[in-house]
Design a protein around this ligand. Structure first.
Ligand code: SF4
Length: 177
């Protein structure tokens, strides 16, 4: 998919600490598990721009995967980008990092290599506030994202008309640690 055009007004800004942590942790986690590319959805120029702003002086290449893209990467990347605010290049990079990590098997904050769920919730509320606000019952983030995608695609995934009576209650809610 084509990533949204970044706002040029943000190009020269210093990367704030939370965004810096999220990008650095996501890349470090991809390196740790040998993921290629480190962040999907970014072409060479975008990844070089990310490194120049977020990890200056660190020699990195994104790498390429020989395997097919994950099924839901494009959809989740697009969902996050639609809700990005500001919709600048930093938000797009973080959206790509989140959508990349979401394909893995642990809780999303773990898949992103973050210290705790707190940093994940903080970046989602900061950079994707309208999407984060929809999670008003504090669903597990990965479950919440995929439920949003299923709702958009009008594919029912829920086993019950309401969460209180659902056998998956503990799967969708509860602690993520
Ligand atoms: S608990 Fe059940 S009804 Fe609620 S979101 Fe999860 S699957 Fe759907």
């Amino acid at each position: 998919m084509n990533a949204p055009e970044p706002s040029l007004s943000h190009l020269a800004e210093v990367v704030p600490p939370l965004e810096q942590i999220v990008v650095a942790c996501a890349i470090a986690q991809s390196q740790r598990i040998g993921a290629q590319p480190l962040i999907r959805g970014l072409d060479d120029a975008a990844f070089a721009a990310l490194c120049a702003r977020c990890l200056p002086g660190v020699p990195l290449t994104n790498g390429r995967s020989a395997s097919a893209p994950f099924d839901e990467f494009d959809e989740l990347f697009a969902l996050l980008c639609e809700h990005a605010s500001p919709r600048d290049e930093l938000s797009v990079w973080i959206a790509a990092a989140i959508a990349t990590a979401a394909q893995r098997d642990e809780h999303l904050w773990q898949d992103m290599g973050l210290p705790s769920r707190r940093e994940l919730s903080a970046i989602l509320n900061l950079r994707f506030p309208s999407l984060a606000a929809l999670n008003d019952r504090d669903m597990k983030w990965k479950k919440f994202f995929y439920r949003q995608l299923c709702l958009r695609a009008e594919v029912p995934i829920c086993k019950s008309p309401n969460c209180a009576d659902c056998s998956d209650l503990a799967v969708c809610f509860g602690p993520e640690d």
